[in-house]
Write a protein that binds this ligand. Sequence first.
Ligand code: SDX
Length: 429
Amino acid sequence: MVKTAKLIFDGKTFELPIVTGTEGEKAIDISNLRAETGLITLDPGYANTGSCKSSITFMDGEKGILRYRGIPVEQLAEHSRFVETAYLLINGELPTREALSRFSGLLNDHSLVHEDMRAFFEKFPRGAHPMCILASMVNALRAFYPEIPERTEEEEVNITFSRLLSKIRTLAAMSYRISLGHKVVYPRHDLCYCANFLNMMFDSPVRPYTIDDDIVKALNVFLILHADHEQNSSTAAVRLVGSSRVNLYAAISAGIAALWGPLHGGANQAVVEMLQEIHDCGGDLAPFLSRAKDKNDPFRLMGFGHRVYKTYDPRARIMKKMCDIVLKKLKQKDPLLDIAKRLEEIALKDSYFIDHHLYPNVDFYSGIVLRAIGIPLNMFPVMFAIGRLPGWISQWKESHEDADWRLHRPRQVYIGLKQRDYVPVDERG
Ligand code: SDX
């Protein structure tokens, strides 16, 4: 097996080690490149750069494979529940029945938030985007739950994991209810993770929310499909911010901020806005497809394309099936789903999309499921964040346990002006 790569520069030959992953993927280890050659690498957007070795999630972008701790996401979506998958990602193994019951109990114990946090919600402008509120409130959790010196670091970290996983639901639901001026619904100890969230979102004194097992299952699948995705932009943000050894709440808040962007987790909201615009314009796809292909037009077909997947996103396939299941169960029809299916059918036969390897990604159909459940449009990225949280936590944990871990501090190639002198203000042109 090839163990090194040769770099020839300035008449010298340098041997760089090759690192081989579990599935045979190879990387050039450039940890000592600058020390040995004086060179750095340049890779805008890090499309060719690995930031770490990881044992959590495996993706094969060419074959459309996604596995959490070796288990295919299709099997987890079918057989697991979100809390069990969260445990798997964070601890590396599926929990025993007893461990799962203990973990679920921990999440229930930490589902309330400090009552003083309500004042924060009430002072946000009513139109504030829920991701803005969520990023702020998650960061604020450190102020309400400071480190307890008597606890060991492991105890502190584990209680922080449980607090985050449990309270992110409560914060999301509170933000929604308060934005409507509705009474806050407290979490209940007798409901599971997803049913609790739905109840906190939709229960009402005049119309008690009816827990529908099929809808709870659909939400579990949604959250499982979003739970981790190796070194995506928001996970890279959590690792980078976490590398400064700041507390986990601050690192997760940075991940929420990165996820908010329409090119990343905000795409699920942007997809539905795009489908709605197509619907409102009479359903004609042609203008939108030609804009997507026009290099001079910044318009992108939202929900299409991916940095890693150059084939169908395996999560999109499952999510597309969930749309039909949920709409059938709720006896709903959604014209936006019909538009999405037509868009996919035409795009996948179009040479531009074929040549650019552009396929539906997880965000293309996910919003249809959320709409059917009754989640408001601007909370779609929040649902992505709730799903991605165990992934962020597991990646943060892995980075903090990595002996090779260092402060993230990329280099650059300077292309600015050469040295020049300061000019007093009266002598400036
Ligand atoms: C997520 O990384 C992850 O794992 C993310 C994620 C996760 O689980 O964490 O999977 C979640 O973020 C999914 C992606 C959601 N975003 C969108 O759906 C937004 C629309 N898609 C894109 O903007 C785009 O495809 C990206 C941002 C997702 C990926 O873009 P890249 O890899 O940076 O590629 P690029 O922007 O350089 O585009 C390459 C070419 C360009 O054309 P050329 O200049 O080479 O001719 O493909 C074109 C682009 O114009 N292109 C698109 C397109 N996406 C790429 N053209 C039209 N519509 C699109 N959607």
